[in-house]
Design a protein around this ligand. Structure first.
Ligand code: SAH
Length: 244
């Protein structure tokens, strides 16, 4: 059989948020590659080889996936959420650029529900007006770039979704990000801390930015900073459809 490479998003955690298209791809896969906790979400079965790897090995993983597909495998690379959002789809295309021999392989990217959308739905509608998304990890870009983008997003009055806010290896960045937004005059904006959305230990906290502390976020948290018009109605938070 001809090999194929599928890059699939597993959604934020709950089985109910895996799309039928992704489930079908997993059901016919011969090999599944990805960061170990994501591969662990796929049930083992006969005929399927699970190939978990470390978080920092994206390009090697992508190259291995291409090799396995070229050798005839039905290969699926899994990401959490959506594979195109701070995840493996870009890494696969980067690997493909390096090995033009594989460019005729049938490749598909299957979307998933990204953390930002799952988190927004829990809070209400904080992304109902213009917004942007930023990865706060400075593993792959300089911190100065993050700071500049935050300043400009605040100035443009976007709601801001923040991925990878804080990890053990990067304890300082998120506090600095909050300080940048405070200095940009966003102290009264609402901030949503959405942790482990759709998992059993899900937790949603909503505070004013002036009251937000770095400890409120970890690597399983998606943070949404509202725009200047974002407000509460009952237990919900929403961005009105009209800007001032
Ligand atoms: N491709 C993924 C994002 C990978 S970056 C997606 O589309 O969702 C990993 C970051 O995503 C985490 O640090 C966290 O900020 C966020 N994240 C992933 N799953 C989450 C969940 N269930 N709840 C809250 N945030 C989540």
């Amino acid at each position: 059989m001809t090999g194929t490479l599928t890059i699939a998003g597993l959604g934020p955690g709950s089985e109910a948020l895996v799309t039928p298209e992704v489930s079908a791809a997993l059901a016919t896969a011969t090999d599944i590659l990805g960061y170990a906790p994501y591969v662990a979400r796929v049930a083992p079965r006969a005929g399927l080889t699970l190939r978990p790897s470390d978080n920092r090995e994206e390009l090697q993983r992508a190259a291995e996936a291409l090799r396995l597909a070229a050798a005839g495998g039905q290969v699926v690379v899994v990401s959490s959420g959506d594979p195109g959002v701070f995840a493996m789809a870009s890494a696969v295309f980067e690997a493909l650029e390096r090995v033009p021999d594989y460019q005729d392989l049938p490749i598909r990217v299957l979307p998933g529900i990204t953390a930002m959308l799952a988190a927004a739905a829990r809070a209400g509608a904080p992304l109902g007006h213009d917004f942007c998304a930023i990865n706060l990890s400075d593993n792959l870009k300089p911190w100065a770039v993050i700071e500049k983008r935050l300043q400009l997003a605040a100035e443009a009055d976007f709601a801001i979704a923040m991925y990878n806010p804080r990890s053990a290896s990067r304890p300082e960045g998120f506090g600095r990000a909050l300080a940048v937004l405070r200095e940009a005059g966003c102290g009264e904006r609402l901030v949503i801390f959405a942790r482990a959305v759709s998992a059993a230990d899900e937790k949603i906290e909503i505070v004013a930015l002036s009251e937000a502390t770095p400890e409120m976020a970890d690597m399983r948290t998606l943070v949404i900073v509202g725009n200047s018009q974002t407000r509460r109605v009952g237990r919900w938070v929403y961005a009105p459809r009209q800007a001032r």
